[in-house]
Design a protein around this ligand. Structure first.
Ligand SMILES: Cc1cc2nc3c(=O)[nH]c(=O)nc-3n(C[C@H](O)[C@H](O)[C@H](O)COP(=O)(O)OP(=O)(O)OC[C@H]3O[C@@H](n4cnc5c(N)ncnc54)[C@H](O)[C@@H]3O)c2cc1C
Length: 285
């Protein structure tokens, strides 16, 4: 039997070469101004997410803004709180003795080469299944310091994340002192020791004599962005009983509708979220 090569037909679809402007500045106000005026402009952090978008041919990214500003790359103690510049990398966090609470979460982001590049600021804007350090910061009630046009503002991280579409420049994250609380972080992945999150659970508690006086629970990998489980927090706060743990797990199902993707179905994600929450709380009792 004779085989013949299929006829080569050049595609009629023309790929236009993509040009990208690059602005370098030391001044965050200039960067914020560009961001608010040019909808194709994006802040370049470590580029682990943004460069991937460009390489995949995302035509919406036409202008990269790189900020060389010392304050945005530093970790500074402000009394009992800690200010983490938005360009601080996961590796920097892991090396800082005052940020012990975030070491496990930072270490769970990708592999060492990625952690040398990946910034906290970039993590806030990562699409699911990413956003691990953001999940930890949510449960620790971090505040975001950002520029909206020429105004500097500060907002709780949860409120900040809700405003999707707003083009804001993140300057820093402020982390309140959590030394009198118990912090737990669970990341569930298909591949070990690390991989993309199926679900990430971060929680901060204050528990004594059968009572939970402080309870902040955040999940990553369940929805389009990391979020707080407010209903579960409300149920659990106060005297802690098995019935309350059951009710808190049930409340997750009522308030969150997880997405399905190639890693896991929404059903499986919810089962895992409930299982991990139950484990974490039961260990307190
Ligand atoms: C192989 C691989 C594995 C990964 N694994 C993980 C993982 O395990 N966990 C995880 O959470 N993530 C993971 N990621 C996603 C990503 O690396 C991280 O979320 C990282 O923190 C993104 O930071 P970046 O500095 O690289 O962001 P960039 O790619 O530079 O930017 C991402 C987005 O944030 C915006 N941005 C960046 N800085 C600012 C700022 N200061 N103000 C306003 N907007 C800003 C950019 O414009 C862009 O839209 C992975 C990515 C890859 C490629």
């Amino acid at each position: 039997m004779a085989f013949s090569e299929p006829e080569f037909k050049p595609s009629k679809r023309r790929l236009s070469p993509m040009s990208i402007d690059i602005t370098r500045t030391k001044d965050p106000s200039t960067a914020a101004q560009i961001l608010s005026q040019d909808r194709t402009a994006y802040i370049l952090g470590g580029g682990t997410g943004l460069m991937r978008r460009i390489h995949e041919g995302d035509q919406n990214v036409r202008h990269l803004v790189r900020i060389n500003n010392l304050e945005m790359s530093e970790i500074v103690r402000l009394g009992t709180a800690i200010r983490i510049g938005s360009q601080v990398t996961m590796t920097q966090i892991m090396k800082d003795p005052y940020l012990l609470v975030l070491h496990t979460a930072a270490a769970s982001v990708g592999a060492p080469a990625l952690r040398n590049m990946a910034t906290v600021g970039g993590n806030l804007f990562s699409q699911p299944p990413y956003g691990d350090i953001t999940t930890a910061l949510l449960s620790l009630e971090a505040q975001v310091v950002f520029m909206n046009g020429n105004r500097q503002e500060q907002q709780a991280l949860d409120a900040f994340l809700k405003q999707t579409g707003a083009r804001r420049l993140v300057l820093a994250i402020e982390l309140p002192n959590s030394s009198n609380k118990t912090f737990v972080y669970h990341k569930m992945t298909r591949t070990h020791p690390r991989g993309a999150s199926l679900i990430t659970l971060a929680a901060t508690f204050k528990y004594s004599a059968g009572r939970l006086s402080h309870c902040r629970i955040a999940f990553g990998g369940l929805a389009g962005r990391p979020l707080r489980a407010f209903s579960a927090e409300r149920v659990l706060t106060g005297s802690l009983t098995v019935a309350k743990i059951d009710a808190a797990c049930a409340s997750l199902k009522q308030s969150i509708e997880p997405y399905s993707d190639a890693l896991a179905s929404g059903w499986y994600r919810m089962e895992m979220a409930q299982l991990h929450l139950r484990r974490v709380i039961t260990k307190l009792i």
